[in-house]
Design a protein around this ligand. Structure first.
Ligand code: ATP
Ligand code: MG
Length: 309
């Protein structure tokens, strides 16, 4: 079974106003609520791909229950660990007239060490952990060493691990040798401490990471994804599309790649699935993720080429 890990999930509350006026009262026209979080989005995209997964993570309070209930209604299997703090709520204000979005992002509840250990105990007890997908930021109270520990546990149990995070989480997590990492270009530049001139430059740098990671995927927005493994480097590009929203594109790419891996497709095809699912996410407006018919239409249009570097 694939387990996704979201340690800092959120309830996203989208509020629609005619025209946002700061320092004045604004009447709300409409409200929507979604369960959010990067690992959760991977699980959601996997539902669309027809690949089973279970979402793990930390939830608390009334909003935590609401998040779990919403995912259950969507058909996303979850097995969350309860914490005493309240799950955070992000507020997204949609200005209808200006067609603009203002986001107010909450930090999340502080997680206690005993709550972390409840999560670890669950992870250690899973009888069918084949693949762990660890995505997103850490909540207050947890340190990047937690990602390292989760990867160690999953690896000891014989599972493959994909780590999609940035900053210290990536710096620490990579020490536990995840199977795959998927930074975007900016996250890789931050990790490397330098900018990259071009794709061969990215490939040369990624090769220096192959002592710690078997597969490095670097997502490049409209330029697709670069895959670097010992002995090969591939660049997959999507066709040009009319982009509605890039929200969740990276998470859909992760889902596409993992879907290919668990279906035992060869890595070139896994890469195609990653690009097709990521680009499919850009065809859905707002927070909408990828849709299967869009992915199926995009798959044959993804161009894969070897990179000489
Ligand atoms: N403008 C675009 N046009 C076509 N495809 C896109 C575009 N932006 C993103 N994608 C697709 O989505 C994939 C992942 O995008 P990106 O590199 O932006 O991920 P990310 O920065 O990790 O995103 P996220 O913010 O969701 O974490 C790309 O590899 C590509 O397939
Ligand atoms: Mg990302």
């Amino acid at each position: 079974m694939i387990y996704t890990v979201t340690l800092n999930p959120a309830l996203d509350r989208t509020i629609y106003v005619d025209s946002l006026r700061v320092s004045e009262s604004n009447r709300i026209r409409r409200e929507e609520r979604f369960a959010g979080g990067k690992g959760i989005d991977v699980s959601r995209a996997l539902v669309e791909l027809g690949t089973p997964s279970v979402a793990l993570g930390l939830v608390g309070g009334f909003d935590g229950k609401e998040l779990e209930g919403r995912l259950t209604l969507e058909g996303v299997d979850c097995r969350f660990t309860r914490i005493s703090g309240e799950t955070r709520t992000n507020i997204i204000i949609q200005d209808i007239a200006a067609n603009s979005e203002t986001a107010l992002l909450a930090r999340g509840p502080t997680v206690g060490p005993h709550e972390l250990m409840d999560f670890i105990a669950l992870l250690e007890s899973l009888p069918d952990l084949d693949f762990a997908v660890i995505s997103g930021s850490l909540p207050p109270g947890l340190t990047p060493a937690v990602y390292r520990r989760i990867i160690e546990i999953a690896t000891l149990r014989g599972a493959r691990v994909l780590l999609d995070t940035s900053g210290d989480g990536l710096q620490q997590g990579i020490l536990a040798r995840p199977t795959v990492i998927k930074p975007n270009r900016a996250e890789l530049a931050e990790f490397a401490g330098r900018a990259f001139a071009d794709i061969p430059d990215i490939v040369r740098y990624c090769r220096t990471l192959l002592d710690r990671v078997a597969t490095v995927l670097v997502s490049l927005g409209a330029e697709g994804i670069v895959l670097v493994q010992p002995g090969r480097a591939l660049h997959a590009r999507p066709p040009q599309v009319e982009v509605k929203s890039t929200v969740g594109a990276g998470d859909c790419s992760v889902a596409g790649f993992v879907h290919g891996l668990v279906k035992n497709l060869d890595e070139t095809d896994c890469l195609r699935w990653a690009v097709a699912a990521g680009t499919a996410a850009t065809l859905c407006p707002g927070t909408g993720l990828c849709r299967r018919p869009d992915i199926d239409g995009l798959l044959p249009r993804v161009a894969v080429a070897e990179v000489t570097a």
